[in-house]
Design a binder for this molecule. Structure first.
Ligand code: CA
Ligand code: CA
Length: 208
């Protein structure tokens, strides 16, 4: 065997010298068809459970857990790649609903009728936490906290720019959002007495 191997090597060397170029054996095989595709990201607001029209309040300055007003929304990612949540408040309207004595004496300078005169969105805060979500007989259920929480932000700031949330929604899954509205205790709380706000929550998913 050893002899045969050496002979084969010699033959190759000769060919190289004669032709002036190195020839190589080349063989090619083609695999079965492979494919790469861009993933999808699609958001769906589950309409089951308690997500719908929220009437929050009346809110009072925070003194205990009873002053926290929590609403739940289920955000579903029907695509197949993970997305990070963004949310904001659109169509915000602040209503003054007239001023009482306490508001006036606190220096509320926008007492009157009409829209965009209320002060509530300047003080009301919105804080969102993520919980696992599951579906049972077509109804969404909130499970254990995911540990992904956002800092509180005033409704006014939420209406100015969408918040980049820490909450992730994996592909083909859903997250339960616990959205907590509260009125932090502050010296100028009297400015919002009787005021109200209307708005729509807007949720967006952005790929990571
Ligand atoms: Ca006011
Ligand atoms: Ca008022």
């Amino acid at each position: 065997m050893r002899r045969l191997w050496l002979g084969a090597a010699a033959t190759v060397l000769v060919a190289a010298a004669a032709g002036g170029t190195f020839a190589k054996f080349i063989d090619t095989e083609e695999s079965n068809q492979q494919s790469v595709a861009a993933g999808t990201l699609a958001i769906n607001l589950a309409t089951g459970g308690s997500f719908g029209t929220w009437n929050v309040g009346p809110v009072a300055p925070y003194t205990s857990m009873d002053d926290l007003h929590t609403r739940y929304a289920f955000v579903e990612n029907t695509g197949d790649v993970a997305g990070m949540l963004h949310y904001g408040a659109v169509n915000l309207v602040d209503l003054e609903n007239s001023c009482n004595d306490a508001e006036a004496s606190s220096g509320d300078t926008q007492c009157g009728t009409g829209n965009d005169q209320g002060d509530l969105s300047n003080q009301l805060t919105v804080q969102t936490a993520g919980l696992d979500a599951s579906q049972e007989n077509g109804t969404w259920i909130c499970e254990a906290p995911t540990g992904q929480n956002d800092d509180p932000v005033t409704l006014k700031n939420l209406s100015n720019a969408s918040v980049a949330s820490n909450i992730e929604v994996k592909g083909r899954s859903a997250v339960c959002l616990a959205i907590v509205f509260s009125l932090p205790d502050r010296e100028d709380n009297n400015l919002v007495q009787g005021d109200s706000s209307t708005f729509n929550m807007q949720f967006t998913l952005t790929s990571k």
